[in-house]
Design a binder for this molecule. Structure first.
Ligand SMILES: [Zn+2]
Length: 383
């Protein structure tokens, strides 16, 4: 089974130069291939395949044009791939599946740096870094998102791309068959919420990271710097603050946003990894009405900061990797209101009732009761 992962990377200045140069060369060669074939086409001559163009470029064109030697200095596999992409675009055109291929414009078109595993040292992946051919170890912003090599995963190939001055890597990973299935343990239910991030039916609770002292302190600092920024805007109108000051303050605010965001993402990754490690045969969650919750202005900030959507997407990915069935229960299923002991429904359960008390004598934490009900739900969709 092959799976793709995309994440932001943090290349060094040198690596950035190399990436930009490679992508620039790929764009140039792609356009060159298109132009060459366009000229042949206009003259009524035979179309040149990507393969024969590659051979001609390397064995004739570059040797005959020493000023174009820089084409050969770029990572050859990436250059070759851009020619192949051009060839594919032509094939689609010939099959009437798309229009005549477009030239790629700098900054406007999505040209990527392709790379491929060619020897055992290539494409190794550790928790925080990835070995990319010709670039070496590149740091990843999100630790542990791409499965590491030591678990038997194999990165086959990938691309590096740039968007708004940010760098991303996308990799294609081969998952060993042994990793799939073989989860003999029972299933679990997870109740997601605002008070705590997740209550798991196995008894584990993942607290709301936004209530931690660390995040609270950073958020306070963020608010202070944001106030500082609007003050600087005001002062600049009076001529007391310069653009340079404003830019500096803006950067401070951005960095704080980023830092808080990273803490939240790391926490989600860690929680999911821990849940999946227990090897349940299935996981049941509720289909949260996130967009509906976002419309409530009292809740929207708290909902956004919990990153439920990211949680669900990543949980799904991890379940796929580990052969765990992800079950999603309809949002109207009253998981909180049903007594897990006798099945009675408590219609008047209020959001403030943290403890579930049933007439049958059953007393349980409200969210834990919901997690148990989710675990045992019989009506669900497999995500
Ligand atoms: Zn009951």
């Amino acid at each position: 089974m092959l799976k793709s992962f995309k994440t932001e990377i943090n290349p060094t200045v040198e690596q950035k130069i190399k990436i930009n140069k490679t992508i620039g060369t790929c764009r140039y060669v792609y356009n060159f291939y298109l132009g060459h074939n366009k000229a042949l086409y206009d003259k009524g001559e035979k179309f040149m395949t990507g393969k024969s163009f590659s051979v001609w470029l390397n064995n004739e064109y570059v040797p005959d044009n020493p000023d174009k030697i820089w084409i050969k200095e770029a990572y050859s596999k990436a250059v070759k791939k851009s020619i192949e992409d051009g060839c594919t675009a032509f094939t689609r055109f010939f099959k009437h599946q798309s229009a005549f291929p477009n030239f790629k414009r700098k900054g406007k078109s999505d040209v990527k740096m392709y790379f491929v595993k060619n020897n055992p040292k290539d494409c190794r992946c550790e928790r925080h870094r990835l070995n990319i051919p010709t670039l070496g170890w590149v740091r990843m912003k999100e630790k542990g998102y791409i499965p590491t090599t030591k678990d038997g995963w194999k990165i086959k190939s990938g691309t590096v791309s740039i968007k708004a001055d940010r760098y991303y890597v996308s990799v294609l990973v081969e998952i060993p068959d042994a990793k799939i299935a073989n989860n003999s343990n029972d299933g679990i239910g997870i109740d997601l919420g605002l008070k705590d991030l997740a209550i798991v039916s196995n008894g584990k609770t993942y607290k709301n990271i936004n209530k931690s002292a660390r995040v609270k302190k950073l958020e306070k600092k963020l608010r202070r710097e944001q106030r500082g920024l609007s003050r600087k805007y005001e002062n600049s109108k009076k001529g007391e603050s310069t653009q340079k000051n404003i830019q500096k303050q803006k950067l401070k605010v951005q960095r704080l946003h980023h830092k808080i965001d990273n803490i939240r993402t790391d926490y989600i990754n860690k929680s999911i990894a821990e849940i999946v490690k227990t090897k349940p045969s299935y996981i049941t969650i509720e289909d949260l009405n996130v967009s509906g919750m976002m419309k409530n202005r009292h809740l929207s900030k708290a909902v956004a900061s919990q990153k439920f959507y990211e949680f669900r997407t990543k949980l799904k990915a991890k379940c796929d990797e580990n052969g765990i069935e992800l079950r999603v229960v309809d949002r109207w299923y009253p998981s909180s209101k049903v007594c897990h002991c006798c099945g009675a429904i408590k219609k008047d359960l209020k959001l403030s009732d943290r403890i579930y008390r049933c007439d049958c004598g059953y007393v349980e934490d409200r969210d834990f009761n919901a997690a148990l009900n989710l675990r045992d739900a019989l009506t669900y969709e497999v995500a």
